[in-house]
Design a protein around this ligand. Structure first.
Ligand code: ATP
Ligand code: MG
Length: 443
């Protein structure tokens, strides 16, 4: 039978072990910051009822119209792989009664999202988002806090040239007026607009500002500004937010063209854009969605959040030459010659691992030479080889793989404590401790 060569689906990625340290770095970074800001982690299903996304993301959006992966199994229809994290998280907030549990509720997540898009750098069909949602406050201080969290993460990640763009897209009242102004503006250009924008003009003219087609975006340049149509409440909210950002030393630019790709936004919308990853430059996008919870639960509850694309974050860090936390390598390789020594190596390994030491021994049946080659490949910090004579003497030579320095180490219960103390002294670069250990090692 011919072998079947199966490749990963277009627009998906494998993260091989040698690249995992980048993911571990950014995931640890976003989680620690979210926790510092008081957000609690939530996990939600990978798929949800399609109607959830249609109702919350909006049926005139690209996401709902073109990008959803709907899944079905026999007798089990109407589900879609989540294209974003907000809808599912808000559903879970409502369904689990968390909104009765003290407000604001502050949640964060790291999850995969699925969108049927044209794959390119920074645009995948399966990608990962870190996101936060805060429910139960309409105060602009919350907007400032959420923006401040995203900004802290991008700063600590070491990114430069990241621009924060903010805008207000108003509330249903003032937006209705603005939608009419947009309709009046675009209608004379109707023949030049793309097909999708014909529908948008009819159903939701605001979406025209988010169209990626060249002609539509060119026409959109001179469209009226939402900022000239905000009601007093929305204008006051936007001004207060700007005051808080300034007070926190967060630089921003007002960009009245940002509407964001999802229908649920109201008032504040924002994006952090990088100039270093080409046209897919939006690393983080978010805003307020004061009407969403009511749409899904009949109970009004203002809320806001953002989503940060982790592939784009990593790509920007790579392009800017930012250092990721170093990958941890093997602490010690315990080589052996002969059956009795192999058993000893396994026993020592087991004890060391119980103490959290990254210890390895031969599980293949290789020669000592091949074992040492493998230890090199693993990047082991130390190695030791046990044979009959070492077993008899009850000690073996522990080798520092970097300096080549060797010291005897007892092959009994003391092995773990001596080795751990040595590792700590190396980590602290404490020569005094190492001298003291030298005495212990040569006892
Ligand atoms: P874009 O305008 O680039 O299509 P979007 O407005 O569709 O982005 P959101 O729905 O707000 O993006 O998602 C939040 C973040 O998720 C984006 O800022 C981006 O970093 C990331 N993201 C969105 N779509 C993709 C994708 N297909 N591949 C990788 N990351 C993505
Ligand atoms: Mg998009």
């Amino acid at each position: 039978m011919a072998t079947l060569k199966v490749q990963r689906p277009n627009g998906t990625k494998d993260v091989v072990p040698s690249q995992m340290y980048k993911w571990n770095t950014v995931e640890a970074l976003v989680k620690s910051h979210a926790e510092a800001y008081g957000f609690k982690e939530i996990r939600i299903p990978t798929f949800e009822s399609t109607s959830l996304f249609v109702r919350s993301v909006g049926d005139t959006t690209d996401v709902v119209q073109k990008e959803m992966y709907s899944v079905s199994a026999t007798g089990d229809e109407g589900y879609t792989l989540r294209p974003e994290g907000t809808a599912g998280t808000i559903r879970a907030l409502i369904e689990n009664g968390l909104l009765n549990d003290g407000l604001p509720q502050k949640l964060f997540y790291v999850l995969s999202c699925f969108r049927h898009e044209k794959p390119q750098a920074g645009r995948l069909r399966e990608f990962h988002q870190f996101g936060v949602e805060m429910a139960g406050t309409k105060d602009p201080r919350a907007d400032a806090e959420v923006i401040s969290l995203a900004k802290s993460i991008l700063d600590v990640a070491g990114l430069r040239n990241i621009q924060l763009n903010i805008n207000s897209i108003g509330c249903p009242e003032c937006r209705a007026q603005y939608q009419q102004a947009l309709k009046d503006y675009f209608t004379p250009h109707i023949d030049k607009l793309c097909d999708t924008c014909h529908t948008r003009l009819e159903k939701n003219p605001l979406r025209l500002l988010d169209c990626k087609s060249e002609i539509c975006s060119e026409i959109a340049k001179d469209a009226p500004s939402i900022l000239d149509h905000l009601c007093d409440d929305c204008r006051g909210h936007f001004e207060k937010l700007q005051g808080y950002l300034t007070a926190m030393g967060i630089e921003y630019k007002i960009n009245d063209r940002i509407v964001r790709g999802l229908d649920y936004y109201t008032k504040t919308v924002f994006e952090f854009v990088s100039e270093d990853i080409g046209s897919q430059g939006t690393v983080c996008g978010g805003g307020r969605y004061d009407g969403l919870i009511e749409t899904l639960s009949d109970k009004p509850c203002p809320a806001l959040g953002f989503g940060m694309g982790l592939e784009r974050l990593i790509l920007t860090m790579e392009n800017q030459g930012v250092e990721f936390a170093e990958e941890e390598s093997c602490d010690i390789y315990i080589g052996s010659m002969g059956d009795a020594a192999a058993v000893k190596a396994m026993q020592i390994c087991r004890a060391l691992r119980a103490d959290g030491v990254r210890a390895e021994c031969d599980v293949v049946g290789r020669s000592v030479r091949a074992q040492m080659k493998y230890a090199d490949k693993l990047g082991a910090k130390f190695s030791v080889v046990i044979g009959d004579s070492e077993l008899e003497a009850g000690k073996a030579a522990l080798k520092d793989m970097k300096s080549g320095e060797q010291n005897d180490i007892p092959l009994d219960d003391r092995f773990g404590s001596v080795f751990n103390a040595l590792l700590i002294s190396r980590a602290l670069e404490d020569d005094g401790l190492e001298d003291a250990l030298g005495g212990l090692l040569s006892e």
